[in-house]
Design a protein around this ligand. Structure first.
Ligand SMILES: Cc1cc2nc3c(=O)[nH]c(=O)nc-3n(C[C@H](O)[C@H](O)[C@H](O)COP(=O)(O)O)c2cc1C
Ligand code: SF4
Length: 390
């Protein structure tokens, strides 16, 4: 049981801090051995900020160990999770730190090419980011690092944020997830060893090279080191982007960002968990509790949780790539099912069958999209059953 009395909510200013001289940090980092830099990232305890939380240092180490004529670094800026808008802001405000993180990664794994895969809806940022990339290349030339970054745009599909579907899309194919293993560290873009990291992960990597692993490691908890950028939306008087230390309780979070009438928080977007008020005290925001790629949506008592759930299921049905049956048919059946219960055409007990279906999807769907439908579905149905029925 977490100690909710000890206040943990703390604002942090690492990502957007302007006092980081990225050129100096890069210069110093490139003068260290590759193993030394990877060890620094490992020691920091940094875990990927795109959602799954894989240890960043390990990903770099595994890719670095592969023998290959080509390797790649990919920055995942697809940012398709509902309620997430922090990567856009990071790319807008501190693009050099993102590219700096990519360059450090490229140096450690021995890659000469990197890609920023930008969400299709962010096309308006394209020219600006390209200009910043061109300027950054001059810095790389000054430092003597043989590395180039290219910008690619998605076309608005949520599934293309999933790493292997993203590679397919980059290769000009339909964006559909691949079978895993093999993992990208061995077989990624064009079948070559590839590190794919979220925008925020790459900036933290650079910051760790700047500040040292210890500074980062001191923040957060044993499972969730450091801080994280949150996109906060919904029923809050202060929506926006905030960098906070990991490990706070949801009660503290709501005290700071709620409107006094918060009945639930959806942590981690449509693929995440819905936490009702009665569980705020016992819920830790982090990998040991409810993880999040950054999306935090607050709902007050004026909101229908049935409508919230219906919206998520419609989203999944729309965004399922259709490749595997559990997800393609499952999403459709879940939507029909909750509508039928709400209309009174199916008894309340039918919800149990739908919950079972999400459990089947969790173990049989091919990728994280279909596997994660159960998260929001079961947490909303279990906690707000009275709102789901006729
Ligand atoms: C359906 C789906 C969508 C995803 N969308 C994103 C995304 O928009 N951005 C992102 O960084 N990771 C996304 N991911 C996670 C990526 O597959 C991958 O784990 C991540 O880019 C790795 O980076 P990290 O280790 O820095 O977190 C998504 C995963 C799934 C299953
Ligand atoms: S789980 Fe859904 S999105 Fe993933 S491969 Fe199957 S159909 Fe496509």
């Amino acid at each position: 049981m977490p100690d909710t009395k000890s206040k943990r909510l703390k604002r942090v200013d690492l990502i957007f801090a302007e006092d980081c001289n990225y050129k100096e940090v890069l210069k110093n980092t490139l003068s260290r051995s590759r193993d030394d830099v990877i060890q620094e990232i490992l020691d920091s305890g940094l875990r990927g900020r795109g959602g799954a939380g894989f240890p960043t240092g390990l990903k770099w180490k595994f890719t670095g160990q592969e023998e290959s004529d080509e390797k790649f670094v990919v920055c995942n800026a697809d940012e398709g999770e509902p309620g997430t808008f922090k990567d856009r802001e990071i790319l807008l405000r501190v693009p050099n730190k993102v590219f700096g993180g990519m360059a450090v990664c490229a140096y450690t794994i021995g890659a000469k090419e990197g890609y920023v895969y930008l969400r299709g809806e962010y096309e308006f940022l394209k020219d600006d980011i390209q200009k910043k990339i061109d300027e950054f290349h001059k810095v790389l030339d000054e430092l003597g690092l043989d590395f180039r970054i290219k910008l690619l745009l998605g076309s608005g599909a949520y599934i293309c944020g999933e790493e292997s579907a993203l590679f397919e899309s980059m290769e000009g194919k339909r964006g559909e997830p691949r079978n895993k293993p093999p993992y990208p560290t061995q077989d990624g873009f064009r079948g070559k060893p590839t590190v794919i990291n979220n925008v925020e992960t790459l900036v933290y990597s650079l910051m760790i090279c700047d500040l040292g692993a210890q500074k980062f490691h001191e923040l957060g908890t044993a499972d969730s080191r450091g801080s994280k950028v949150f996109s906060i939306s919904g029923d809050t008087p202060i929506p926006g982007i905030y960098e906070l230390e990991l490990g706070m309780s949801l009660a503290e979070f709501v005290e700071e960002f709620g409107d006094g009438d918060t009945k639930a928080v959806q942590v981690g977007g449509a693929a995440g968990f819905c936490v009702p008020r009665k569980k705020f005290n016992d819920t830790i925001i982090g990998f040991e509790g409810v993880p999040t790629g950054g999306s935090m949506m607050l709902f007050n008592s004026s909101r229908s949780m049935y409508n919230v759930l219906k919206n998520y299921v419609e989203f999944f049905r729309e965004e399922s790539c259709g490749q595997c049956t559990p997800c393609r048919v499952g999403c459709q059946q879940l939507l029909k099912g909750i509508e039928a219960v709400k209309r009174g055409d199916q008894p309340t007990t039918y919800l149990k069958s739908l919950l079972k279906l999400t459990e089947v999807m969790k173990v049989t769907a091919k990728c994280g999209l279909g596997q994660s439908v159960a998260n929001s579905f079961s947490s909303i149905v279990d906690n707000f059953k009275e709102e789901m029925i006729y």
